[in-house]
Design a protein around this ligand. Structure first.
Ligand code: GLV
Ligand code: MN
Ligand code: MN
Length: 447
């Protein structure tokens, strides 16, 4: 269901019908999103792409756009957009993030960027600051890749970094294909594909995100700016052995894939430690998955990230060698398939520095404590930090000038129900985003 509402049929927003003064506040938006897809037992979110919970989040986004009199549209890749001003004019400044989650994810990863985007837009309008440039809010589809295994599907397709044919091959754990899932959610899977015209209209994309580490907690700042995203990827390791009876098969006679898998998990940890990288086996599937049966198959997914590509390649190469060696010792067949790879992202310095200048000039936004990683000496400069987490901003950065703001996370915990940010910091983040959007919509050259 690609289309536009709340503006003219061409997607051009009329003059805003509302000033934003009666739009729901940050707290109200947060409260309305909070119950959607929340599992009562774990307290975590299960908002997987193109499921009912994701649909409810998307309905919420649409209602926020239309309630503010913004032009609402869904692009061919299922990303949702809300526009103040006519995007066809070009030179747009866009902000937003995603609303889907990992299994039992936290409330902030994604939604904080979308709620802050609407709040920032409201603040601009309430203070009479109507931008010269079109201003967009976006909810990218299927950022976490929790259901189909590949992260950032919506932005990858749009940026031409995933083809329609590749997207059509994606399957969830029940064998449902991405096209069928999108169709069931009312979208046309034949519309998937690169969208260069849309991206050409965007002069800058700024994604606000909860920090997924503790750097800001250490510097004492509520808000930071991203410098880079580590290269990362996902690899599927299949260990095939022989199913047999757990009570009658002698240890010496077994071809037990769990052993090869377990030794590979430990090897991954060792290799990551040696290289100063990260390696995680966070998902595993076992067949036949019976307590009293030796498995026939253990399939584990490696997520690995490193400060640079060479280190990442070294770690993954070493883990693969370990898997093959341990597999051979246990009489297993081992297959390793790279499911995704995202190269390092270094956010453009011009936009990053401009955002640093805008925020450093902002009154009372930042903590006073000096930090080690600042744009410039001085108590009001903003920390600039790398992250190991992937983001739609990273995917777009090859095509569009892109930047990220981080909001302090006092424990650093993320991808967990315990993920948290103080409300005061979230509001500071939204104010920082407001100033950034205002500064950027007034700038002449954002490249
Ligand atoms: C997304 O959050 C990722 O880094 O995997
Ligand atoms: Mn995430
Ligand atoms: Mn995220």
């Amino acid at each position: 269901m690609t289309g536009v509402s709340g503006g003219s049929p061409s997607g051009v927003a009329r003059e805003p019908a509302r000033t934003g003064g009666d739009a729901p506040s940050f707290r109200e938006m947060w409260r309305d999103l909070a119950p959607i897809g929340r599992n009562a037992t774990s307290g975590g979110y299960r908002r997987y792409a193109w499921t009912g919970a994701d649909g409810e989040c998307r309905d919420w986004f649409r209602a926020q756009a239309e309630g503010r009199g913004l032009a609402y549209e869904v692009d061919g890749n299922g990303n949702q957009w809300a526009w103040l001003g006519d995007p066809a004019r070009g030179g747009a400044v866009v902000t937003g993030s995603h609303l889907d989650s990992v299994p039992d994810g936290g409330a902030y990863d994604g939604p904080l960027g979308v709620v802050s985007a609407f709040a920032a837009l409201d603040e601009l309008r309430a203070s009479g600051r109507i931008p010269d440039r079109p201003l967009g809010v976006v909810n990218f589809g299927d950022e976490e890749g929790a259901r189909f295994g590949l992260a950032c599907v919506g932005s990858r397709l749009t940026a031409g970094r995933l083809t329609r044919a590749e997207a059509h091959e994606l399957r969830d754990a029940d064998g449902v294909s991405l096209p069928r899932a999108m169709e069931a959610a009312g979208l046309d899977p034949d519309a998937l594909g690169p969208d260069p015209e849309r991206l050409a209209r965007i002069a800058a994309f700024v994604e606000l995100h909860v920090e997924q580490g503790r750097a800001l907690d250490h510097t004492g700042d509520p808000v930071g700016i991203a410098s880079a995203i580590w290269p990362h990827g996902r690899w599927r390791f299949d260990f095939r052995g022989e199913a047999n009876h757990a009570g009658t098969t002698l240890l010496a006679d077994r071809r037990d894939p769990m052993l090869g898998y377990a030794e590979t998990v430990l090897a991954a940890r060792r290799e990551a430690e040696l290289a100063g990288a990260l390696a995680t086996f966070g998902k595993v599937a076992v067949e036949p998955n019976g307590v009293n049966a030796i498995p026939s198959l253990v399939r584990g997914w490696l997520d690995s990230r490193a400060p640079d590509q060479a280190t990442l390649d070294t770690v993954v190469g070493a883990v693969e060698r370990a898997a093959r060696e341990h597999g051979a010792r246990h009489g297993l067949d081992v297959d390793v398939v790279r499911e995704s790879a995202t190269p390092v992202v270094e956010f453009g310095h011009a936009l990053r520095d401009e955002i640093g200048r805008i925020l450093s000039a902002g009154a009372g936004l930042f903590g006073e404590a000096p930090g080690p990683a600042r744009t410039a000496p001085g108590a009001r400069s903003v920390p600039v930090l790398p992250t190991g987490a992937g983001h739609d901003a990273g995917i777009l950065s090859g095509t569009v000038p892109t930047a990220m703001l981080f909001v302090r996370n006092p424990t650093g915990v993320s991808h967990s129900p315990a993920e948290h940010a103080a409300e005061a910091d979230c509001l500071t983040g939204a104010r920082a985003l407001t100033e950034v959007l205002w500064g950027l919509t007034r700038g002449q050259d954002l490249t």
